[in-house]
Ligand binder design. Structure first.
Ligand SMILES: NC(=O)c1ccc[n+]([C@@H]2O[C@H](COP(=O)([O-])OP(=O)(O)OC[C@H]3O[C@@H](n4cnc5c(N)ncnc54)[C@H](O)[C@@H]3O)[C@@H](O)[C@H]2O)c1
Length: 310
């Protein structure tokens, strides 16, 4: 793959996208409104790419991958010749609207403009723009160079051909695209994550289990299976005759439980309890170190998965 890709916004997610595309062979132009962010990002990129190399997750020397990423001083220079622009600026509707209006003016007509937004549907920032047919959401999971899912969420007016071209580009870059058939706030992953968090908060708030044990339910329970199959495939295999058999056996109980599942209001008292338990397990000054440990565990898991699929 040797297309030119533009990354707009060089924070946490912009940097991670740059690695995805540079690793796949693309030349990547990075722009940020804050020149300081661009200056800092080289060091961070080198560190992340070095970690990937240590886990055998890049096929080339780290310097070769890093050399494909070029910081540029203006938005116009970033967009020049790009087949895809991945936008990663701040998560507010006003900011997204402004940057997409500007990018739509500057980019060549067939350049795809994709947003990393976590929650905002594309119609919110593309409505009425002359190039609204090439604008969509492409929501990654942090960091996309380790977690391949990308949620493609077009607006009602996004052209199916643009979505197909984007799907092909992300797939060739090693990502795993899924398509939303219609718009919804939070797309798929964050809605499912939100449902799990809501229930975990309620179970904690109502005194059923500790923070540590609720985390274990995922880490030592559901999460093991979820790293290679989803909930539908899980229930298909958990009754002798598949999904309908499973639903016949357990559906009424799940429904009864769902009737009692209320929205949690994320109130400060409950959060203070969770914070206190987390800080007793992990002091605040060790958060950064633990995040690095998490990324390394994830790299080891991805390396293992690759070996298995080979
Ligand atoms: N952090 C995550 O885990 C995560 C995961 C998936 C998606 N996202 C989404 O990715 C986007 C970026 O999030 P982040 O965590 O990287 O934020 P961040 O704060 O780390 O980075 C944002 C960057 O955008 C730059 N910026 C702001 N306005 C700009 C403009 N007009 N032009 C160019 N650059 C501009 C800032 O200087 C900053 O460097 C958000 O929409 C967020 O919802 C984040």
């Amino acid at each position: 793959m040797n297309e030119r890709i533009a990354i707009v916004g060089a924070g946490l997610i912009g940097r991670a996208w740059a690695i995805v595309f540079a690793r796949a062979g693309c030349s990547v132009a990075m722009y940020d409104a804050d020149p300081g962010a661009l200056a800092q990002c080289r060091k961070q990129l080198a560190e992340n790419i070095g970690d990937l190399a240590q886990h055998g997750l890049i096929a080339e020397a780290p310097d070769v991958v890093l050399a494909r990423i070029t910081p540029v001083a203006t938005l116009a220079a970033a967009l020049e010749g790009a087949v895809l622009v991945q936008e990663n600026v701040r998560e507010t509707l006003e900011v997204k609207r402004a940057i997409f209006a500007e990018m739509d003016q500057l980019a060549a007509p067939d350049t795809i403009l994709a947003s990393s937004t976590s929650w905002i549907p594309a119609s919110g920032f593309s409505a009425g723009l002359p190039g609204q047919g090439r604008i969509m959401v492409a929501h990654p999971v942090n960091p996309p160079y380790l977690v391949p899912l990308v949620e493609l969420a077009p607006a009602p007016w996004t052209s199916p051909a643009a979505v197909e071209r984007a799907r092909d580009l992300y797939a060739r870059a090693g990502q795993s695209p899924v398509l939303l058939k219609k718009e919804i706030t939070g797309f798929l992953l964050n809605r499912i994550q939100g449902a799990v968090l809501n229930e975990a908060l309620n179970l904690y708030a109502n005194g059923y289990a500790s923070v540590e044990d609720l985390d274990k339910v995922l880490k030592d329970g559901l999460g093991l299976r979820w790293s290679f199959m989803g909930p539908f495939e899980t229930i298909d295999l958990n009754a002798p005759d598949g999904v309908v058999d499973y639903a016949r056996r357990y559906g009424p109980t799940y429904r009864e439980v769902a009737c009692g599942q209320l929205p949690n209001d994320w109130d400060s008292g409950v959060l203070a309890g969770i914070e206190a338990e987390r800080r007793s397990l992990l002091p605040a000054d060790q958060l950064g170190e633990r995040a690095r440990w998490r990324d390394n565990r994830l790299m080891a898991l991805v390396a293992h998965q690759r070996k298995q699929s080979e």
